[in-house]
Design a protein around this ligand. Structure first.
Ligand SMILES: Cc1ncc(COP(=O)(O)O)c(C=O)c1O
Length: 381
């Protein structure tokens, strides 16, 4: 099918236009988690037909939409989802926020595992719940959950754990064994686990993605969307898988109260086509991303040895630990000296780090890497 890189500038593109307007045309953005590729050709063809039809009245999710989700979990993740478990949503993070609000009371404690995607902090705080940070630890060259600390954080007010599976920004693809241990701890203390599986399709061999549902069904909520996988996060479509009837009811109550039940015509169509016809394209995308990951990792390891990196097992994101460079603000440093805009690790809970997005063309990636090396050299030489 072919992976087609596109020039994204000029379409109110947050990744490029916003940053270049703010910091200058010469800045190369490698931040926010979307890709520089056009989505899968079958999705574009379906959209073209939909545009030609011309009427954009209210739409609904037909059974074919839900069948597509069930089919995707079956063929990609080897898990059988029941139709009644699936709930609709306008995006993974809005769903997560609704769930925090629906499943806990003000003052209740919610656990997250930094460094982690910044909205995890924000939605807990903005819903006025108490945030507990169970930081990941580096052990034998890999990020791990600190389960002893996790257990010590739990008390009668602790209600929820928000899991990033696979983990953004460190790129860990949690193993089934790791998920089962977490599940058992949650079960023992009657905690609900929200598993954000939006990066679940971007996983590199030999690693294998495991949905949290494989660890167990009780008190597990899965959130997902084709947004990352098929580069369509701006289509505002997502879904939840909630086997527990009572949790589902609580979610639906708030979802219906704010009347989010209609959806975007392109989001609904995009998900259905992605999950029914997009698999060959995804396989090709994974080859391209894996080779970008390897290029970025090898280059930085060789040329910027003081930056600590563990190659991501999944996601198109790389977590660069710049602690040894003794920079006050690594993101500002690379923006100023390399003219590369990276995510600031501070927003994820680690100010020594920056996050690099390598889902761009090979040429762009090489330019980004050379610029990073130039800035690095100016510092250590
Ligand atoms: C872990 C994670 N969850 C959720 C999102 C955003 O999901 P949505 O746009 O569907 O709210 C992102 C985007 O980067 C992400 O990395």
């Amino acid at each position: 099918m072919g992976i087609r890189f596109v020039d994204r500038r000029g379409w109110d593109c947050k990744k490029y236009d916003l940053i270049q307007k703010t910091y200058g045309e010469d800045v190369l953005p490698a931040w926010i988690a979307d890709m520089d590729v056009a989505t899968a050709p079958p999705i574009i063809d379906a959209f073209l037909k939909r545009v030609e039809h011309g009427a954009f009245g209210y739409t609904f999710r037909s059974e074919a939409f839900y069948d597509a989700i069930i089919g995707w979990y079956r063929k990609r993740y080897g898990f059988e989802v029941r139709r009644e478990w699936i709930v609709d949503g306008p995006g993974v993070i809005p769903m997560m926020s609704m769930l925090v609000s629906a499943l806990t009371d003000p003052g209740d404690k919610v656990i997250i595992q930094p460094p982690v995607y910044p909205p995890f902090f924000a939605i807990v705080k903005k819903n006025k719940r108490a945030l507990l940070e169970n930081r990941l630890v580096k052990l034998n060259g890999s990020f791990k959950m600190n389960l002893e600390e996790l257990k010590s954080l739990i008390d009668k007010d602790t209600k929820l754990i928000i899991l990033c599976n696979p983990h953004n920004p460190v790129g860990r693809v949690w193993t089934l064994e790791e998920l089962k241990v977490l599940y058992d701890i949650a079960l023992e203390h009657d905690l609900i686990i929200i598993s954000d599986e939006i990066h679940g399709d971007i996983v590199y061999e030999p690693n294998e993605f495991n949905t949290m549902l494989k660890a167990g069904l009780k008190n597990v909520v899965v959130l997902n969307s084709p947004g990352k996988t098929f580069n369509m996060p701006a289509l505002n479509i997502s879904y939840g898988i909630i086997p527990d009837e009572e949790i589902r009811r609580k979610y639906m109550e708030i979802f219906e109260a704010i009347d989010l039940t209609t959806g975007s015509a392109f989001g609904i169509l995009g998900l259905r086509i992605a999950y029914t016809e997009g698999e060959p394209w995804l396989e090709e995308l994974l080859r391209v991303l894996k080779s970008n990951r390897d290029i970025a990792y090898e280059f930085l390891r060789e040329n910027c040895p003081s930056i600590e990196i563990l190659p991501p097992e999944g996601t198109f994101l790389m977590w660069l630990d710049c602690g040894k460079l003794n920079l006050e603000d690594p993101q500002a440093f690379f923006l100023e000296r390399a003219r590369v805009y990276l995510n600031n690790g501070k927003d994820f809970g680690d100010p020594n780090c920056v996050r690099l997005n390598f889902a761009c063309s090979r040429d762009t990636l090489k330019e980004i890497l050379l610029r990073i090396k130039g800035a690095y050299d100016s510092l250590v030489k």
